[in-house]
Write a protein that binds this ligand. Structure first.
Ligand code: ZN
Length: 135
Protein backbone atom coordinates (compact mmCIF):
# COMPACT_ATOMS: atom_id res chain seq x y z
CA UNK A 1 0.00 0.00 0.00
CA UNK A 2 2.75 2.47 0.93
CA UNK A 3 4.76 1.57 -2.17
CA UNK A 4 1.86 2.14 -4.59
CA UNK A 5 1.49 4.81 -3.07
CA UNK A 6 -1.96 4.45 -1.59
CA UNK A 7 -3.75 5.45 1.60
CA UNK A 8 -5.89 2.33 2.09
CA UNK A 9 -6.06 -1.34 1.22
CA UNK A 10 -8.89 -3.78 1.82
CA UNK A 11 -8.40 -7.52 2.31
CA UNK A 12 -10.46 -8.52 -0.78
CA UNK A 13 -8.05 -6.50 -2.96
CA UNK A 14 -5.29 -8.96 -2.13
CA UNK A 15 -7.50 -12.04 -2.38
CA UNK A 16 -8.36 -12.33 1.32
CA UNK A 17 -12.10 -12.63 1.91
CA UNK A 18 -12.18 -11.02 5.34
CA UNK A 19 -13.97 -7.88 6.44
CA UNK A 20 -10.88 -5.91 7.22
CA UNK A 21 -8.85 -3.08 5.79
CA UNK A 22 -5.92 -0.89 6.64
CA UNK A 23 -5.62 2.86 6.14
CA UNK A 24 -3.11 5.60 6.73
CA UNK A 25 -3.96 8.98 5.26
CA UNK A 26 -1.09 10.82 6.90
CA UNK A 27 0.76 12.23 3.93
CA UNK A 28 3.60 13.79 5.90
CA UNK A 29 6.70 11.97 4.56
CA UNK A 30 8.53 12.70 7.81
CA UNK A 31 5.88 11.03 9.97
CA UNK A 32 6.20 7.48 11.23
CA UNK A 33 3.69 5.25 9.40
CA UNK A 34 0.69 4.67 11.67
CA UNK A 35 -1.62 2.34 9.79
CA UNK A 36 -5.04 1.74 11.36
CA UNK A 37 -6.27 -1.83 10.90
CA UNK A 38 -10.06 -2.13 11.07
CA UNK A 39 -11.72 -5.51 11.51
CA UNK A 40 -15.48 -5.75 10.85
CA UNK A 41 -15.79 -2.00 10.31
CA UNK A 42 -19.26 -0.47 10.35
CA UNK A 43 -20.28 3.09 9.51
CA UNK A 44 -22.49 4.16 12.42
CA UNK A 45 -23.07 7.77 11.32
CA UNK A 46 -22.73 9.85 8.15
CA UNK A 47 -22.77 13.66 7.98
CA UNK A 48 -25.30 15.42 5.79
CA UNK A 49 -22.52 17.61 4.49
CA UNK A 50 -20.84 16.19 1.42
CA UNK A 51 -17.31 16.31 0.14
CA UNK A 52 -15.84 15.69 -3.29
CA UNK A 53 -12.50 13.95 -3.66
CA UNK A 54 -10.65 12.77 -6.70
CA UNK A 55 -10.42 9.06 -5.90
CA UNK A 56 -8.18 6.39 -7.25
CA UNK A 57 -7.88 2.72 -6.37
CA UNK A 58 -5.01 0.25 -6.19
CA UNK A 59 -7.34 -2.24 -7.95
CA UNK A 60 -7.92 0.17 -10.86
CA UNK A 61 -4.45 1.50 -11.68
CA UNK A 62 -3.98 5.06 -12.93
CA UNK A 63 -7.68 5.91 -13.10
CA UNK A 64 -9.04 8.81 -11.08
CA UNK A 65 -12.47 10.37 -10.84
CA UNK A 66 -14.33 12.77 -8.57
CA UNK A 67 -16.65 11.01 -6.13
CA UNK A 68 -19.13 12.72 -3.79
CA UNK A 69 -19.54 11.18 -0.33
CA UNK A 70 -20.54 12.29 3.18
CA UNK A 71 -17.81 14.63 4.46
CA UNK A 72 -17.67 12.99 7.90
CA UNK A 73 -18.39 9.48 9.12
CA UNK A 74 -18.25 7.65 12.43
CA UNK A 75 -16.80 4.16 12.14
CA UNK A 76 -17.00 1.34 14.69
CA UNK A 77 -14.49 -1.48 14.34
CA UNK A 78 -12.57 -4.18 16.12
CA UNK A 79 -8.89 -3.38 16.48
CA UNK A 80 -5.85 -5.63 16.37
CA UNK A 81 -5.81 -5.17 20.15
CA UNK A 82 -9.08 -7.15 20.27
CA UNK A 83 -10.96 -4.08 21.54
CA UNK A 84 -13.95 -2.27 20.09
CA UNK A 85 -13.16 1.20 18.75
CA UNK A 86 -15.35 4.01 17.46
CA UNK A 87 -14.12 7.26 15.98
CA UNK A 88 -15.15 10.09 13.71
CA UNK A 89 -13.17 10.82 10.58
CA UNK A 90 -13.20 13.77 8.22
CA UNK A 91 -11.34 14.94 5.13
CA UNK A 92 -9.35 12.31 3.26
CA UNK A 93 -9.73 9.90 6.22
CA UNK A 94 -13.53 9.89 5.87
CA UNK A 95 -13.36 9.34 2.11
CA UNK A 96 -10.77 6.59 2.49
CA UNK A 97 -12.80 4.76 5.17
CA UNK A 98 -15.92 4.79 2.97
CA UNK A 99 -13.93 3.70 -0.10
CA UNK A 100 -12.37 0.77 1.79
CA UNK A 101 -15.61 -0.33 3.47
CA UNK A 102 -17.17 -0.33 -0.03
CA UNK A 103 -14.49 -2.84 -1.07
CA UNK A 104 -15.71 -5.18 1.68
CA UNK A 105 -19.17 -4.97 0.08
CA UNK A 106 -17.80 -5.59 -3.41
CA UNK A 107 -18.29 -1.98 -4.46
CA UNK A 108 -15.76 0.18 -6.32
CA UNK A 109 -15.54 3.96 -6.63
CA UNK A 110 -16.40 3.68 -10.33
CA UNK A 111 -19.86 2.45 -9.27
CA UNK A 112 -20.59 6.07 -8.27
CA UNK A 113 -19.81 7.44 -11.72
CA UNK A 114 -22.07 7.95 -14.70
CA UNK A 115 -22.53 4.88 -16.90
CA UNK A 116 -20.47 6.52 -19.63
CA UNK A 117 -17.52 7.36 -17.41
CA UNK A 118 -17.63 3.91 -15.82
CA UNK A 119 -17.63 2.21 -19.22
CA UNK A 120 -14.67 4.28 -20.31
CA UNK A 121 -12.64 3.15 -17.30
CA UNK A 122 -13.82 -0.47 -17.57
CA UNK A 123 -12.76 -0.60 -21.22
CA UNK A 124 -9.34 0.75 -20.35
CA UNK A 125 -8.98 -1.91 -17.65
CA UNK A 126 -9.94 -4.73 -20.03
CA UNK A 127 -7.35 -3.47 -22.49
CA UNK A 128 -4.73 -3.21 -19.75
CA UNK A 129 -5.45 -6.77 -18.60
CA UNK A 130 -5.03 -8.06 -22.16
CA UNK A 131 -1.71 -6.27 -22.49
CA UNK A 132 -0.53 -7.58 -19.13
CA UNK A 133 -1.51 -11.14 -20.09
CA UNK A 134 0.43 -10.78 -23.32
CA UNK A 135 3.50 -9.31 -21.67
ZN1 ZN B 1 -9.87 0.91 -3.71
Amino acid sequence: MYDAPGVGLAAPQVGVLSRLYVMDCNKDPEAEPEPIVMINPEITWRSEALNVYEEGCLSIPDQYAEVTRPAEVRVAWLGLDGKAHEREFDGLWATCAQHEIDHLDGKLFIDYLSAMKRQMITRKMVKLKRETARG
